[in-house]
Design a protein. Structure first.
Length: 350
């Protein structure tokens, strides 16, 4: 019968374990070409500590191997060891091999980003930030970035690189053309960078998709067209969006006056008078409607419109005086006389 208690226990010392690992690495070196071995180590995520033992031993045999050092750098970055990573990345960025320099630049960028957010001292943070900006510029100019446009857009925003922000925004909009947040940023960046046609295109999209802020984009579109002296198009924008806000409708009325469209202006002011509930505002728009006709020398039309409001303003001294002046300006003495008598009968003063 087998007695488990009598089974001999074999104890291996640390020195013996390291010797076995060294022998194993030596065998690996003999069996695999260097580049294959580096790939195996780089892709191995099963046992970080053991992988580091392999790497460090390999580096003892060839400490100047750039590819091996790059693998080591990647492994140190996996555990956010910036104290090791930053000096190593800076050294590898001086490599004669472009592929090494490029990958080291990306890793240095990530390492400095970690360091920036770990640092409390304002002066030190500022110095790190400047390094990050320079590294980002290199990455952007050399096109070292990957296809994670959202992350690179965030990075570009962090380093305040507007051309890069705009570039990555366009990539994001290719995937999400109706994303309002992206469209807003793209619009303002396009304006800032002088891309007027792009800005107009984004503005049109925002008019459709940003349903929470229709007024903002309609007015922005109107102002842009006005600056290009595209008056007919500007008018269409206001007319199309007039019922979406009082501000747009007021702009439309003013625009009609600017273009000597006095009847249209008057009608629009009358609509505004019906859209508001406050008496003072309503009176203001009624006066504007009448004055719009008067501005176009349409004195009879102004008097006729004022006549429609005689009863409503019979008890309002300011408005009835206004109506009387409109009658007199139009030469409607009969209307002025009749209204004066009604005012006196009502107990009012002229």
């Amino acid at each position: 019968m087998y007695d488990a208690d009598k089974t001999p226990v074999v104890v291996i010392s640390n020195k013996e374990l390291l010797f076995l690992v060294a022998v194993f690495i030596f065998i690996l070196i003999q069996l695999y070409p260097k580049n294959v071995l580096q790939k195996i180590i780089e892709d191995d995520h099963s046992d970080y500590a053991l992988t580091m033992v392999y790497l460090q031993d390999l580096l003892k045999h060839d400490p100047n191997d750039a590819m091996l050092n790059l693998v080591y750098l990647k492994k140190r970055m996996e555990v956010r060891d910036i104290n090791t990573s930053i000096p190593l990345a800076n050294r590898l960025m001086q490599s004669k091999k472009e592929i090494i320099r490029n990958q080291a630049t990306l890793l240095a960028f990530n390492a400095y980003m970690i360091q920036y957010f770990q640092t409390k001292n304002a002066h030190a943070k500022h110095k790190i930030y400047n390094k990050i900006r320079k590294l980002f510029y290199t990455i952007y100019v050399k096109k070292l970035y990957d296809d994670d446009a959202k992350q690179w857009y965030s990075n570009a925003t962090f380093v305040q690189n507007d051309p890069a922000r705009y570039f990555f925004l366009q990539q994001l909009l290719n995937k999400e053309p109706t994303n309002v947040a992206y469209l807003r940023d793209a619009y303002f960046l396009a304006l800032k960078l002088g891309h007027k046609k792009d800005a107009s295109r984004y503005m049109d999209a925002l008019l459709v998709y940003d349903t929470k802020n229709p007024q903002q984009w309609a007015i922005a579109k109107y102002n842009a067209l006005l600056s290009y002296k595209k008056y007919d198009e500007a008018q269409l924008v206001l007319e199309k969006n007039a019922n979406r806000s009082l501000k747009i409708k007021k702009l439309l009325a003013s625009f009609y006056l600017m273009r000597s469209m006095y009847v249209s202006a008057s009608k629009t002011y009358l609509e505004l008078s019906k859209d508001v509930t406050d008496k003072q505002k309503r009176d203001f728009y009624v006066k504007k409607a009448i004055q719009a006709l008067q501005s176009g020398n349409l004195l009879n039309e102004a008097a006729n419109l004022a006549h429609n409001y005689e009863n409503e303003y019979l008890g309002d001294s300011k408005m009835r005086q206004f109506i009387l002046k409109i009658y007199l300006a139009a030469g409607k003495l009969d209307l002025a006389d009749a209204y004066s008598k009604r005012i006196l009968q009502h107990g009012g003063l002229l």
